[in-house]
Design a protein around this ligand. Structure first.
Ligand code: EPZ
Length: 415
């Protein structure tokens, strides 16, 4: 298990290009299963979750390999429909393969993903969407077995679940007739999935709005797609610069995909300017407290940016209230931040952050992907040396966190 050793107290300076979006590429890799041909995914980040997805595709009989910055998948002749427990456990979000496997193979078998560090991760909305499309779903012994020829349906999601929206889209592409998905998630990752499916010949429209329409059984073929930059990685790097101070530029990023994050940083006193392909942030004074930050489905404040932004607000003046409305247990970084001198009080979904003038180095442990990234942000703004263990969590979503931060002048190494 690796550990980051961070020597804090140095401002960040420089420019870094943000890698492709994890939460866009995972459903896109599942979508490759639908196309009897070769797909090329450019700007595909090299992450442990991506490698796990490629393992699943190979297990299902596809050719799946990395070629530099791209990944090539050929699903001309998939043979399998079951995802073994070992691979399911490797990546909780592998439930995203359910709709695509069922649509292509007529059946699917995988184990229930179970919980994760963020609390229970139910998939009831995924399964109700599959049932609405005519799929038979059996749940037994922690496993899922789905089968049936799918037919178009009007699906209504009780909440705009990102994964359930994606699974419904992927299944509906193979259904006879038209499917509508109402109360669909509006995240940019949904738009990316629609764009990719369209490149394969599928007839999908409405992504980015609350109602998505899919005309099933369009003839599909291979295609290519370039994954946009990861908005949460960008938010993380902005939070790091806000905590450490300095001037940074992030290139390749569409600022519109994280405008709620940059708005909070501006209110806290950072100078933020955006161009069509870059975001620049300058921070030369302690951050001010800001009005309550409430996480919400897109276009609200993204839950994944809550931990890094909390780390930034922990050092500064004033008080900021965070309300985590998406996940039940997304404050596991708070106790670790407290070991670095942060003053944060948690009451259920509410965390009250009292800014302190200084954070100090400590030995801390990452409990999840974004919480671990938050600890690195805090370490960069702390005085002294911090050891952040549990780096495997960060490897799920950051291609080379230490490399990118070192390029911005951080003293960080992996041991
Ligand atoms: C996706 O998770 C992302 N993961 C998460 O990013 C992100 O935090 C989340 O969307 C919200 O934006 C990927 O895209 C791989 P949801 P997902 O379904 O699809 C409840 C990261 O750090 N729910 O929108 O699992 C659920 O419990 C990860 O990159 C049900 O009740 O999120 C949660 O409270 C973390 N039943 C809420 O909805 C269901 O069937 C939102 O979950 C599904 C979800």
């Amino acid at each position: 298990m690796s550990t980051y050793i961070v020597e804090g107290g140095r401002p960040l300076e420089g420019s870094v290009r943000v890698h492709g979006a994890k939460n866009s590429v995972l459903p896109i890799l599942a979508a490759c299963l639908l196309a009897p041909g070769e797909c090329v995914i450019h700007n595909c980040p090299d992450l442990s979750d991506v490698r796990a997805s490629l393992d699943i595709l190979r297990r299902l009989g596809c050719r799946a390999e990395r070629q530099g910055e791209a990944v090539v998948v050929d699903a001309s002749a998939p043979v399998g429909w079951d995802v073994p427990d070992s691979l399911m456990r490797e990546m909780r979000s592998s439930v995203i393969f359910l709709g695509a496997i069922l649509g292509r193979m007529g059946q699917a078998q995988l184990c229930a993903p179970g919980g994760c560090e963020l609390g229970p991760r139910p998939i009831d909305l995924h399964l109700s969407a599959i049932r609405a499309l005519g799929g038979a779903v059996e749940e037994a012994d922690g496993g899922l077995r789905c089968s049936g020829r799918l037919r178009g349906a009007d699906i209504v999601l009780s909440l705009p679940s990102v994964g359930a929206t994606e699974n419904a889209m992927l299944a509906a592409v193979s259904a006879d007739g038209v499917t509508t998905i109402t109360n669909a998630a509006r995240e940019p990752e949904i738009v990316d999935l629609q764009n990719f499916l369209t490149a394969l010949g599928a007839r999908v429209r409405g992504a980015g709005s609350s109602i998505i329409t899919v005309e099933g059984r369009a003839p599909l073929h291979g295609g290519t797609y370039t994954v946009p930059a990861d908005r949460i990685v960008a938010a993380t790097y902005l939070a790091a610069a806000a905590c450490a101070g300095g001037e940074v530029e992030l290139t390749g990023v569409d600022w519109r995909r994280l405008s709620t994050v940059t708005a909070v940083l501006r209110e806290a006193g950072c100078a933020v300017e955006s161009t069509p392909a870059a975001i620049r942030l300058g921070c030369h004074a302690p951050l001010r407290g800001v009005p309550p930050v409430r996480t919400a489905p897109y276009p609200g404040f993204p839950t994944d940016a809550q931990p890094p932004l909390m780390a930034a607000m922990a050092k500064g003046s004033g008080c900021t209230v965070f309300v985590e409305n998406i996940f039940e247990s997304r404050y596991r970084h708070v106790d670790e931040l407290a070991r670095m001198g942060a003053d944060i009080r948690v009451e259920g979904r509410v965390a009250v952050v009292y800014g302190v003038p200084r954070l100090h180095g400590a030995r801390v442990r990452a409990a999840d992907l974004r919480g671990g990234a938050a600890l690195v942000c805090a370490a960069l703004g702390a005085e002294g040396v911090t050891a952040v263990s549990g780096v495997h969590h960060m490897d799920r979503g950051y291609q080379c966190l230490e490399g990118d931060l070192a390029a911005l002048g951080a003293e960080i190494r992996r041991v």
